[in-house]
Design a binder for this molecule. Structure first.
Ligand code: SAM
Length: 262
């Protein structure tokens, strides 16, 4: 579809570098019977080579014009097209353990990443093109500049690996930022299991409320020094110094006496 004008509001930067496309499909390693969902197929840069290897491919696309275009493709019969906003999409409507793939619209990538934790048990793996800066935050280790709430919450659920760095020229139009492809594979309980996920999640959110303040200060309504120390946390430390597993221990430790609402 040569005449499609990229829509900024849908984060449309279409992949045009065949090497990068090849490397993504190679990383996904689709097998004919795999259940694969692609988010934002766009002009089918990744969709076409994926469809070649699969019996069926689910795609979720918000842009009506693109949906109409997808229906004209030679492999359209293999596509199950879900038209709409992926943030509203019920991934459970696609039964079975799935692989999820996407060159994601960068404007919705963070809320979308948080959503996957809701059905993590049904995910085999996920491969996403994201802003490189976001991938660095996802995979950051404690004590590094990029480490924060996103790192803790995603590391709680997933092993993550930065696979490919992608420069702006790989896309049309070229975005203003560098990109990277990241792989996420669910793990169970590697950093402990939060007895109440909602409590854990809100605790982590509160802990990083003001990054430059101490954990004692950020969590002053949640925990006293003794409780922090029991969880292996120095009350004077900044939140970015605290490992994901310490947040799990702290949440579990605080839970019996927690009187707030979740
Ligand atoms: N996969 C194509 C590629 O690699 O060239 C297109 C990638 S482009 C960065 C993002 C795609 O996601 C576009 O097709 C856009 O229309 C679609 N999109 C944007 N926001 C969306 C949303 N909320 N739900 C579903 N699709 C969305």
């Amino acid at each position: 579809m040569q005449q499609h004008r990229a829509r900024k509001r849908f984060g449309q930067n279409f992949l045009q570098d065949s090497r990068v496309i090849h490397d993504i499909v190679h990383a996904v390693n689709p097998q004919p019977d795999d259940i694969v969902i692609e988010i934002g197929p766009g002009l089918a840069a990744i969709t076409a080579p994926l469809a070649m290897k699969l019996k069926q491919l689910h795609v979720v696309e918000i842009d009506r014009d693109i949906v109409a275009y997808l229906k004209t493709l030679p492999f359209a019969k293999q596509l199950v097209i879900h038209e709409g906003d992926v943030l509203q999409f019920d991934f459970n409507q696609v039964a079975g353990k799935k692989k999820i793939v996407g060159n994601l619209p960068y404007n919705i990538s963070t809320p979308l990443l948080f959503r996957f934790s809701e059905f993590v048990d049904d995910i085999i793996d996920m491969h996403f093109m994201l802003q490189k800066e976001v991938v660095e935050r996802m995979t950051a280790m404690p004590k590094s500049h990029d480490y924060g709430r996103l790192s803790v919450m995603l590391q709680y659920f997933f092993e993550m690996e930065n696979l490919i760095d992608v420069p702006p020229e790989a896309f049309s139009p070229a975005p203003k930022v560098d990109s990277a492809v990241v792989r996420l594979i669910p793990h169970t309980g590697r950093i402990g299991i939060a007895q109440n996920f909602s409590h854990f999640s809100q605790l982590v959110k509160q802990a990083f409320q003001q990054r430059r303040k101490t954990i004692r200060n950020n969590l002053k309504d949640w925990a006293d020094d003794a409780q922090l120390t029991v969880a292996g946390i120095d009350p004077q430390a900044r939140p970015e110094h605290i490992a994901p597993e310490c947040f799990v221990v702290l949440s579990n430790h605080l839970l019996p006496n927690f009187s707030g609402s979740l």
